[in-house]
Design a protein around this ligand. Structure first.
Ligand code: COA
Length: 137
């Protein structure tokens, strides 16, 4: 039997859809290491930034990153590819939320793409005193 959703659950569902954040990047030689693949630290920087954008768009409040979960680098990202970062809220707590970041790579010159990296970040909404506040009023 299907339970009726509360107003809060409906609001959260809608905000999760509306805050999904997609950012593309072209991988040029300046972004890569001596293996000619994207430097892991640069990828993590972008993942954290997109997690921040996703969380901010979800709650429209000041946000800080409090934790990052294991990040799996399944495939390297060669120079000359296009990369898409997709951020989606996967858990909503009281003052914190989780954002999963999936990173896809695609060739510039043929169709199709692969998921290369995935990781989850926990972010917290804060007030002007830098103390946690509810992510949703
Ligand atoms: C984020 C911060 C304000 C939280 O302060 P705090 O005293 O730990 O607050 P609380 O214990 O009340 O926890 C607040 C929320 O964060 C969650 N949390 C705290 N530490 C966490 C951790 N290590 N991992 C996951 N969640 C965590 C708590 O579970 C809680 O979530 P909930 O309200 O949804 O249940 C504080 O840790 C801080 O300022 N950290 C630095 C943030 C920063 O500068 N980030 C940029 C990196 S350089």
């Amino acid at each position: 039997m299907e339970m009726e959703k509360t107003q809060r659950e409906e609001l959260i569902e809608q905000r999760i859809i509306d805050s999904e954040t997609r950012v593309f990047k072209a991988v040029f030689p300046g972004d890569t290491n001596h293996h000619k693949t994207m430097f892991g630290g640069a990828v993590m920087y972008l993942m954290d930034e997109i997690a921040f954008m996703t969380a901010t768009r979800f709650c429209r409040k000041p946000i800080v990153t409090v934790s990052s979960d294991k990040i799996d680098f399944k495939h390297s990202i060669p120079a000359g590819t296009l990369v898409e970062f997709v951020g989606k809220v996967t858990r909503v707590g009281r003052t914190s939320l989780d954002v999963q970041i999936d990173v896809f790579i695609e060739s510039m010159y043929r169709d199709g793409r692969d998921k290369a990296i995935t990781g989850t970040f926990t972010l917290v909404a804060i007030n002007e005193n830098k103390r946690p506040v509810p992510v949703i009023d």
